[in-house]
Design a protein around this ligand. Structure first.
Ligand code: FEO
Length: 391
């Protein structure tokens, strides 16, 4: 993709990665992604905001072929998918200096071996005059590393936000418009990497809302030309409000846990509770993470393997704990063969979840009428707890 003009003196650069299907060897990318860089040219200085993933550095190199001078590279985030091509840019432009937060300086030196002499730090609110254009640096930390910042260009009413508000989505268009699928992709992105820092992100949103802009230009996915859509979506995701929803990640070995989960899904549905059910041998963990953004309750379903939970359930529970969703309640259900410590082991895996543990429902072998009665009772409790949340 060639550079694309956003307005006079401001260009999208970077790479659209249509084929990437996994990030961090963990996060599914069903729609690919992009690594957005932005060139901002004033009458006196030219800057590049962020770079690209090293795997696509050649794309950026080609886009820069006709750019004679870069005075500064703004590194808003030190993770390699945006900073990895900075050493190449510094090699191309011997006079260029990297501008970043103090925390980013250490990270860029550690991760990329950039020398200290090529880096200058900026403070929160500091400005840089480019000649007819001004950049203001806005600290927006913990999205999802500690050093992150955004950059505001008031003359053109654009805010560049790095990972913040981005989406893993490859598309030929430059702008999101009102496409609900972009908001869906942004929710997936928030769930997978931003959710653990929800409280800090609330503050970052407030800081952004103090600015006046028409465009939000993130480092992944399309530019938001109707910014209120993504901002109001984020307001809901980071709020303390939970919804009348239950998420059930589970797996079954011989069908008994499956029968229990299916029964509970039906019982909850009869009580007006929305359920998201994820069979962990096939599920997309990004979908599971998305479901955890707003749900009030998680019910973990597991068979027992060597006295403990099934390893796939162990892994998903560990992930849920790391993502720190705003869940209020949790329960464990499942079947076992001859003995179990699965419930105790699972409960010990979720210290980050500030949840009330509801009654565990376990059965030996096939679920019985007594098991189904316990599941009915669990569904009653969940309905009642959710009704209180709505008050
Ligand atoms: Fe897109 Fe945290 O890097």
């Amino acid at each position: 993709m060639k550079p694309r003009k956003i307005c006079d003196g401001v260009y999208w650069m970077g790479a659209v990665d249509w084929n990437r299907r996994l990030f961090d060897s963990l996060v599914p990318l069903p729609d690919g992604t992009s690594y957005n860089a932005y060139l901002v040219r004033g009458s006196e200085r030219t800057v590049l905001i962020d770079a690209a993933d090293p795997a696509m550095a050649d794309v950026l190199k080609g886009q820069l072929a006709h750019v004679k001078r870069i005075d500064y590279v703004i590194s808003q985030h030190s993770e390699q998918d945006h900073s990895g091509a900075i050493p190449m840019v510094l090699e191309m432009y011997k006079e260029a200096i990297v501008l970043c937060t103090p925390k980013a300086k250490d990270l860029l030196m550690d991760h990329l071996g950039i020398s200290a002499e090529r880096i200058q730090t900026v403070s929160d609110g500091e400005t840089l005059e480019l000649g007819g254009k001004t950049l203001r640096f806005i600290y927006t930390p913990w999205v999802h590393w500690p050093e992150t910042m955004s950059t505001y260009l008031p003359e053109d009413r654009i805010v560049f936000t790095g990972d913040f508000l981005g989406s893993h989505i490859a598309m030929s268009g430059l702008y999101a418009g009102d496409d609900p699928y972009v908001i869906e992709a942004a929710k997936r992105y928030y769930a997978e990497i931003m959710m653990p820092f929800r409280k800090v992100i609330q503050n970052n949103l407030k800081k952004l809302r103090e600015l006046e802009f028409d465009l939000i230009a993130p480092s992944h996915g399309p530019i938001y030309d109707h910014p209120e859509g993504i901002l109001s979506a984020y307001d809901g995701w980071v709020s303390d409000r939970v919804l009348n929803q239950v998420v059930i990640p589970y797996i079954s070995m011989h069908g008994s846990t499956e029968a229990m989960v299916s029964y509970l899904v039906s019982a909850l549905a009869e009580r007006g509770v929305t359920v998201y059910k994820f069979e962990l041998s096939t599920t997309d963990i990004g979908k599971l993470a998305m479901a955890l953004v707003d749900a009030a309750t998680i019910v973990i379903g597991t068979p027992t393997v060597h006295l403990g939970p099934h390893p796939s359930v162990f892994s998903a529970t560990h992930l849920a704990n790391a993502l720190r969703p705003k869940l209020k309640h949790a329960a464990i259900i499942g079947s076992y063969g001859w003995g179990t410590k699965a419930a105790e082991q699972l409960a010990s895996l979720i210290p980050n979840l500030k949840v009330e543990m509801l009654d565990t429902v376990l059965c030996k072998g096939l679920p019985t009428e007594a098991t189904f009665a316990e599941l009915e009772a669990l569904a009653d409790v969940i309905r009642d707890k959710h009704a209180q949340l709505a008050d």
